[in-house]
Design a protein around this ligand. Sequence first.
Ligand SMILES: [Ca+2]
Ligand SMILES: [Ca+2]
Ligand SMILES: [Ca+2]
Ligand SMILES: [Ca+2]
Length: 115
Amino acid sequence: MDGDGVPNGEDDFPRDPEFAGDLDGDGIPDVNDPDGDGDGIPDVNDPDLDNDGVPNEEDAFPRDPGESKDSDGDGVGDNADDFPNDSGFEGFGWGWGSGFAGSGCGWGRHSERRG
Ligand SMILES: [Ca+2]
Ligand SMILES: [Ca+2]
Ligand SMILES: [Ca+2]
Ligand SMILES: [Ca+2]
C-alpha cells in the first residue's frame, strides 16, 4: 500500500501514490497519459475514457473499465459491490472485502517468496 487508497492488487504503481493506474498498459500512468485507454482518441475528446462501451456521462466510473454502474451510490461499483442495491451493509469499508480477497491478487505472493 502506498496510501493512495488503491489496493496493491489493483494498483499498477503500488509504490507511487500519485500514479494509481495505467489503463492501457503503455507504461504511462493514466494521470500523465494523453490517451488513457489507448484507443487513439485523446482523453479530452474521448466520449468513453475507459473504453468499456458506456459513455462517460452514463458511466459512474468513467476511468474504470470494470465498473460502469453504482446502483446504490455508495461509491462501490456494482461488480465489486456485495450489495449493489443497498449501501447500508458496507458503510464500514468500501466493500472490496470478499471479491478482492477471493481473487487472491497480490497479498499472498510476498509470503510465498520468503519461504
Ligand atoms: Ca497508459
Ligand atoms: Ca482514449
Ligand atoms: Ca466508459
Ligand atoms: Ca454500490
